[in-house]
Design a protein around this ligand. Sequence first.
Ligand SMILES: *[C@@H]1O[C@H](CO)[C@@H](O)[C@H](O)[C@H]1NC(C)=O
Ligand SMILES: *[C@@H]1O[C@H](CO)[C@@H](O)[C@H](O)[C@H]1NC(C)=O
Ligand SMILES: *[C@@H]1O[C@H](CO)[C@@H](O)[C@H](O)[C@H]1NC(C)=O
Length: 371
Amino acid sequence: MMMMITTQNAFWILLIFSISMASASTIPSLGGPGIGTNYGRYSSNLGAPEIGINYGRYGSNLPPPEALPSLVTSLSIKHVKTFDMDPRITTSFANTGISLSLCIPNDKIPILSTNLSEADSIIRTFILPYHKTTIITSISVGNEVSLLPQFTPHLVSAVVNFHRAIKRYRLHKKIKVTTTHSLAILSRRFPPSTARFHNSIGESVLKPLVRFLQRTKSPLMVNVYPYLAYKQSFPSIPLDFALFQPVNGSKRRMYRDPYSGVAYTNLFDIMMDSVDSAVKALGLPKIPVVVSEIGWPSSGDPGEVAASLENARVFNQRLVEHLRRGEKKVTVYIFALFDEDQKTGATVEKHWGLLYGNGSRKYDLNISPPV
Ligand SMILES: *[C@@H]1O[C@H](CO)[C@@H](O)[C@H](O)[C@H]1NC(C)=O
Ligand SMILES: *[C@@H]1O[C@H](CO)[C@@H](O)[C@H](O)[C@H]1NC(C)=O
Ligand SMILES: *[C@@H]1O[C@H](CO)[C@@H](O)[C@H](O)[C@H]1NC(C)=O
């Protein structure tokens, strides 16, 4: 995860204002007209919501790859997303029923945009030997690179080329080719119905990319962090709104988008609908969005009081329940499997795991689907 806190500040100022106003109101009944969301309704091809997990590896004491399947299974999770294509990891998930989403390193993007043999070579080395025993569902070409100038001009051709190469092996129906984005791709996000992609990448990157994803029936992957939005606008977005409320008996709050009339009861739905609106504003039809990262940290720097074990538990638990309850068929990959003590930057970066680095549980989380 790369936090783009500074670049996102400007946007949330607007959100602060409006949610502060909205927080005065409470909703007597959640079933009233206009309450709901736009995202997720058109993704029935994805079936029921699925809960996956990100496997980041910046930890000094992480369990060996061979230990992963049983750890992941003990969490009732069946989908794992990695940030690389390490054969040792791919092999460790062979014949386990757990699916993998792999990631091609960012620095390969420029060459992939011009050189089909490079794509071919990656497939022959990292996919072909393993895909018959390990379920590989998607490959992200780079991670959160759409706004990085050294990659922006190459991203779409790299994704398209990689798909072309995958297709040569007739694996394109099984393995979707896409790329992950941070929410910094939106320059305007609020009210959600007015959200837009940054001008610098809207027409040039997102438009051709989303068209490609629609054509190949692949998801748009976006990292959605209500914690960051909450933190950037502190104290104006109520914590309970970010935590799928209520907290300690707080009253229910809602925010109503003045243009669409849609009423929201949590920050996550607002963020998801802002992506939906930005796609629409490009003149494109709806596209299924997969949340490639989402989570809540259990600890941070002094003063980051919302980063607590209890809030992390509440957020992740309620996220799962929220998705299961709704009509939304959204797949999410929780960030992350392990705490990562070798992450640089703010203290909070090290504490997003469901598990400590040594593999023991940080808190109870019930992810198993209802029977
Ligand atoms: C293209 O990729 C192949 C395989 O990695 C490599 O051997 C070749 O030198 C590359 N060609 C160019 C022009 O970079
Ligand atoms: C809720 O109440 C508990 C117990 O009083 C407290 O420890 C916790 O910090 C409170 N949570 C919030 C978000 O205020
Ligand atoms: C794992 O690490 C946590 C946090 O450092 C610690 O509290 C726990 O006792 C450790 N568990 C084992 C089995 O070593």
